[in-house]
Design a binder for this molecule. Structure first.
Ligand code: NAD
Length: 301
């Protein structure tokens, strides 16, 4: 039986680890927060006394941590032993956190230098996707390691794409979310402009959803209540995908734009608009709530 260590049992990690346990993997989890360990235990995950203990006998080590600095610190260790030093040689390290492409490449290089194998495998689909086992995985690393990880990924997700070498899973995630941030703002601006011109929300939706303006930000995450009854706009912008997470992901896009020197002005504009949105109550609202900021800014125009 494949033994999986699962480090980071937060909003995403707990249901992902629980799905692995349900699928029959031996799962040993750990989180720095004892209450989260208790919740994971109640969901069928065995809890180890420390992260190092969790990885000692593991075939696969999955990390689901807040940001790149947490992943690198957990891999390398500091005051406590690092995961790379505690694991058996040849262990497959699978980082599912959303981190920068260069950080993912550093993490993979550290793992390989320590005698292990490594994949970056960020996800989309949010907490609902994690709970339902329908996450989309974007994976970077060697083809043989991807094949070895696939049964575990299939226990947690639906669509699983091998994007290329180390870091390219994170590259796919950052590019996709840059499209999403830009299009959500574009759809919101179009609704506010339509309102000013006397166009009803439903009429604009009926036209654009069947025309070249069609996109996920319109047809699934419609930022006004009514046309798509399941969109967060109908539920006071309850996330969904929180503004803080969009701001984080566009911050990573900004870093990658600076690193590569690509002229991506709409991506940078979306980054600054979402950073502002997430500095207030927008942090905890669905990111489609940015339509209210756009409407408010146009109130006296
Ligand atoms: P979270 O803050 O709920 O969970 C992260 C957990 O890691 C926390 O419980 C924290 O205590 C734990 N942790 C930190 N350092 C640790 C260490 N050294 N050892 C053990 N545990 C440690 O965050 P989340 O919402 O579960 O997101 C996790 C990752 O997934 C992030 O990178 C996020 O960007 C990404 N993501 C989140 C969503 C979402 O909808 N929440 C969607 C897609 C991707």
């Amino acid at each position: 039986m494949t033994t999986i260590a699962f480090i980071g049992l937060g909003h995403m990690g707990r249901p992902m680890a629980a799905n692995l346990a349900t699928a029959g993997f031996a799962v040993r989890g750990f989180d720095l927060v004892p209450e989260l360990c208790d919740a994971a235990r109640a969901a069928g995950v065995e809890i180890a006394p420390s992260a190092a203990d969790a990885v000692t006998d593991a075939d696969i080590v999955i990390t689901m941590l807040p940001a790149g600095k947490h992943v690198l610190a957990a891999y390398e260790g500091g005051d406590s032993p690092g995961l790379l030093g505690a694991a058996r040689p040849g262990t497959l390290f699978l980082d599912c956190s959303t981190i920068a492409v260069d950080e993912a490449r550093s993490a993979a290089a550290l793992a390989v230098a320590a005698g292990h194998r490594a994949l970056d495998a960020p996800v989309s689909g949010g907490v609902v996707g994690a709970e339902n086992g329908t996450l989309a995985f974007m994976v970077g690393g060697e083809a043989a390691d991807f094949a070895a990880a696939k049964p575990a990924l299939e226990a947690m997700g639906g669509r699983i794409v091998h994007c290329g070498s180390a870091g390219l899973g994170q590259a796919a995630k950052v590019c996709n979310n840059m499209i999403l941030g830009v299009t959500q703002i574009a759809v919101a601006e179009a609704f506010v402009l339509g309102e000013r011109l006397g166009l009803s929300h439903q009429a604009l939706f009926d036209v654009a959803s069947n025309a070249s303006g069609q996109c996920w930000a319109l047809t699934t995450n419609c930022p006004v209540p009514g046309p798509v009854p399941t969109s967060p706009a109908n539920n006071d912008y309850e996330p969904g995908f929180a503004g803080a997470l969009m701001a984080k992901d566009l911050g990573l896009a900004e870093q990658m734009i600076a690193l590569t020197g690509v002229d991506a002005q709409l991506g940078l504009l979306a980054q600054s608009r979402y950073a502002e949105f997430a500095s207030g109550p927008g942090a905890h609202q669905d990111f489609s709530g940015i339509i209210n900021t756009i409407r408010d800014a146009n109130v006296d125009a």
